[in-house]
Ligand binder design. Structure first.
Ligand code: SF4
Ligand code: SF4
Length: 303
């Protein structure tokens, strides 16, 4: 009989490695999700994120990423911190306060693969064409909220998703979350300063996060106005979500914000040199944006 991994073992080992929650789903083709994505792309909602239009067949079929894939293991890592910047400072989204999650989560995924018996497969942290939220839902970790994010009933949405695709099967699989628990709430839709959200659909052309993180272009006038002093990302549609009202401080030392970063004011950004930027933001998501883009955003917001 072929060897099978044990779900209970996965749950125990994932806690030991430091994940807050984990689950596993059997591999299936995600044809419905592909159709929704194609419609979203046809409407131009991906803005300049051309990578969203590439490798659609891999997104639909994970066996094109890992040959003979049987199981998709999904992990969540809470990154919430109550630490905050002064309200008038150039604001950085919470996910970017600490060390880059690509590094931290991937390292833990590798540890988990080892702990499960050095299992074959590949691990991904927002680093491959995958329907991460849908796999997390199928792995029993939450539902996809009207703000398009995965919402875990305990940890809310301030979580990073990590994925391992393996050719091994499990003795049993997690129960997918079928129901949305957004109910009649529309807080995220109502509060978005640019009207970028429709239920479970984000128009990146209007999203402050897209314009301040991904786009290389200057902020469009209307977005600049709505962004106010948001320098890198936007947490608004998460901050208002009632499922985040009991969010607890994360337990990842690498995500602890540097107090010097929290204190940065507009003048500090305008006067910052590359050496200081490196010292403050080495291995953080902000490093990937680069000083020039961030300083230009601060300048534009001063105009
Ligand atoms: S990140 Fe900000 S701009 Fe983007 S959808 Fe959420 S609230 Fe709107
Ligand atoms: S704010 Fe309300 S509608 Fe939006 S994701 Fe949270 S629960 Fe759902």
């Amino acid at each position: 009989m072929e060897p099978r991994l044990c779900l209970d073992d996965l749950l125990a080992q994932s806690r030991t490695v430091g994940f807050d929650a984990a689950g596993v789903a059997p591999v299936e083709k995600l044809t419905k999700n592909r159709k929704v994505l194609e419609q979203w792309l046809a409407e131009g909602c991906h803005a300049g994120m051309m990578y969203m239009a590439r490798n659609i067949e891999k997104r639909e079929d994970v066996t094109l990423l890992v040959e003979n894939a049987r199981s998709v293991i999904v992990t969540l890592t809470n990154y919430y911190t109550p630490a905050a910047q002064p309200p008038t400072a150039p604001l950085i989204a919470r996910y970017a306060y600490g060390k880059d999650y690509h590094i931290v989560v991937k390292d833990r995924l590798r540890q988990l693969m080892q702990a499960l018996g050095d299992i074959p497969g590949r691990c991904f942290t927002d680093s491959a064409p995958l329907f991460e939220h849908e796999w997390a839902r199928r792995a029993g970790l939450g539902w996809i909220g009207k703000n398009t994010l995965l919402i875990h009933p305990v940890y809310g949405s301030f979580c990073f998703i990590g994925i391992i695709v393996t050719p091994l099967a499990f003795d049993r699989y997690s129960r997918p979350v079928e129901a949305s628990h957004c109910g009649t709430c529309t807080r995220c839709l109502d509060t978005c300063p640019t009207g970028a959200l429709a239920p479970r659909c984000l128009d990146a052309r209007r999203c402050i996060s897209y314009h301040t993180i991904e786009s290389k272009d200057p902020l469009p006038e209307d977005i600049k106005k709505a962004a106010g002093n948001r320098l890198f990302g936007c947490d608004r549609c998460q901050e208002v979500c009632p499922w985040n009202s009991r969010a607890e401080k994360n337990r990842v030392p690498e995500f602890a914000p540097d107090p010097a970063v929290l204190r940065l004011c507009r003048e500090d950004w305008l006067a910052m040199d590359e050496l200081t930027f490196k010292q403050l933001f080495c291995d953080t998501p902000c490093e990937r944006a680069g000083l020039e883009k961030l300083r230009n955003t601060v300048k534009e917001q001063c105009d």
